[in-house]
Design a protein around this ligand. Sequence first.
Ligand SMILES: Cc1ncc(COP(=O)(O)O)c(C=O)c1O
Length: 451
Amino acid sequence: MAADSAGGSPAARRDRAVRAAVEQGLVGSGDGAEPLVCLLDTDGIRASAAALRAAFAGALPSDTPVLHAFAVKAAPLVPVLRLLADAGIGCEVASPGELALARAAGVPPARIVLDSPAKTPEELGEALALGVAVNADNRQELERLDGLVAAGPTASPLGVRVNPQLGAGTIEATSTATATSKFGVALRDPGAREWLVRAYLERPWLTRLHTHSGSQGVPLPLIAEGVRVLYELAEEINAAAGRRQVDTLDIGGGLPVNFASDAESPTYAEYAAALREAAPGLFSGRYGLVTEFGRSLLAKHGLVLARVEYTKTSGGRPIALTHAGVHLLTRTVYAPASWPLRVLAYDAKGAPKTGAAVPQDIAGPACFSGDLVAADRALPELAPGDLIAVPDTGAYFFTAHYGYNSLPRPAVYGFTAAPGGGRVRFALARAAQTRADLLRESGAPQRDALL
Ligand SMILES: Cc1ncc(COP(=O)(O)O)c(C=O)c1O
């Protein structure tokens, strides 16, 4: 179901935002106008956060502790984390930088979870000093935690990440539950399960279990099966301990997103229903729950808006040379079959472009021939000065900039569309990288260092 608000459906809000972005000078073709801007629909983000909370609140006894922690890697922008915190969502972080962003957004340590496969002793020490929850990835990390826990008390809830080894989805690179995945304790490896149960019994402070078995391309039943495995392991540990040692299950994120249309599918309610079917005990209220969704909270609310600089034909194929390319849409450019994106055509005034659809390539600005956002895509024929919009790019795209060709990070604005066709308001969420920033980050202050 699309996240309608008083400002209209997501598609209507998008059209209004595109026109307003041109009218308010955020992007366009006039003298000095920016060729590229990224937009985030803040009402859409709030609607997704509310849908997530409602899906689990509706399925759990009311006093069940639940923390929905946004996977910061999906959109590492402090104002986004702040907006989500205001909507009742914490943070899952996977690096010291992400932890710093969550803290800068004012997210309290008790609402932050640290997962990552290569945490340093310093990172672990910082997390435990703050009281941030930590999921250990492997045996050696658990041994490091032994030392830290022995050194003094911590408020951090501690757990271990497991890999249920259920197999890949359609995208190998983002599948985490494969037989040889680098993440977590591989539960089906010989002796691993027995070792893990013993490890819990020897460490009464291990109170959580974690898995993240979903991702784009993984079907819901397979994700739910991973959570069922986690639940059964918790039951086994608690039975062996003779008490409720594991009190919280962190079920990760990984809900896939529909990149083919504006429909939000699958929904959080469908996900909760699939979990309920696979692991009804999860909803008994006997376990607290942590979730770590990233893509499904942000993807549909992001838009890249770029000017068409030139058009040409090559081998008879029309090509639009635009400012949206590999620096923002990296996954799509390098792996187009796995990450296809829609492209929408607007005229220079920001109105949806009409006219007969013509197959054309939508190329980016980078100096390598593979920099194509879409190949042979049927769209009204683009002309210089038109705009293309690439929707569904709010997670892992423009928020994960790739610095090829020294193409700068563009500005990101959040927008809200007032009801009844009123004004669209933009708020700067991240300034564009300036020429001075680019020079500084590219070693200009160290100019003579290698002489
Ligand atoms: C441990 C963990 N949690 C959560 C996420 C977020 O996944 P998604 O954005 O697919 O919801 C990831 C993604 O890599 C992850 O590794």
